[in-house]
Write a protein that binds this ligand. Sequence first.
Ligand code: SF4
Length: 443
Amino acid sequence: MGRADIEKEVTKFQPHIVMTGHSGSTPAHPACLLVLEAARSACPDTLAVYGGVYPTYHAKDILSRHSFVDAIVRGEGEAVALDLVRAVADGAPLDGVKGLSFRSAENEFRENAPALVISDLNLWRVGWELIEDWDLYQCFGLGRAAIVQFSRGCPHRCSYCGQYQFWSKWRYREPKAVAAEIAWLHRQHGVNFVDLADENPTSSKRLWREFLQAMADENVPVRLFATIRATDIVRDADLLALMKKAGMICVLMGIETTDAETLVSIRKGSTVREDQKAVELLREHGILSMLGHIVGFEEERFADYARAIRQVSIYDPDLVNAMYVTPHRWSDWAAENGERKVIQKDHAKWDYRNQLLASRHLSAKAIFWLVKLMELVVHARPRALWRILFHKDRELRAHLRWCFRFSFRVWRAEVTEFVRRPPDERTTLTLAEWFGRARGEAK
Ligand code: SF4
């Protein structure tokens, strides 16, 4: 919705509170600000509340810079949002709402104590009834799609990650209930594709097996997509047949890099051997593999890119998602790399698909073309092309074709955008300054 439409809707509804949250992070920030500014201008007395990962760690900056934001829900939002609404309804002071930062009547920044995380996710439900038009949500060429959480959080501690600290600890929903909900989404709303939004759904092998079994028992033609660590694919090799039966069609594995030393330095906890083995195992069981590869952890040289392209090709994935390192203010990696130069100042582009940090050894232009070359080389290898054309599984062949069509459109659009608006490489802004630490602000 554009600003005028938001203003129109808010004027019609006259809400006491407007809340915007987002499941993503930094790139959604400009859109969230636009929504809240439009809401405030349409309804000056409304309480404008912002929540999500990015505002949690930038609460003070946001409240001091944007007068149209009144309060920020920090951390996991559901329970805090409910407490906030109760306080507003009762006319109680906001000081009592744990997990809230807000601007006081005296225009001062207030930060309440953190809220406890929800201990039992089963007591909370998803407001599926809020979706008005299911046809707006489609993915993977399978028609209607939904994003479902089986679990939250992650027990691992990758140095660049923005997730494990936000969710605090790994928690899960009852496996059978999640499977029943997915089956209900299919029967009730015609959902055919479910993306598991979990950071790490396989944290417990026992619960993961229960979920897969429950999905297989539901026997609905819903296809699943999940992000799973390569180490867990190897660990759970005995579950892959069940995973296929449960409907898993594609697994994204964030291998991040093919350099063994970098894997250690970012605390990934996997090895290049396991990454390659995971691709092989998925293929043996008729599940597509998508590798997430990230450049920029180190200031790589030309030879590093050449090795990465060669290595990813040897892994032989079905798809590759080539990304750029995207630092988060609260991550250890950002603290360790504060001197790196920021070349992209548009928050909307902090989405892993744009280069944000300069490298001493190669220009942004050279890095961009090397990344695009990696995508091209990996996807256009004879073996990859053969699978698109002649994969023996008709369903997988159709998905591969769909993915290639859309990937190519993205590839072309990103090239056009880069040529038209390349990043500003003359910058002297450091990452520490970008995140405000140079001004003595808290991490
Ligand atoms: S495994 Fe994934 S979610 Fe867990 S800490 Fe590492 S990057 Fe984050």
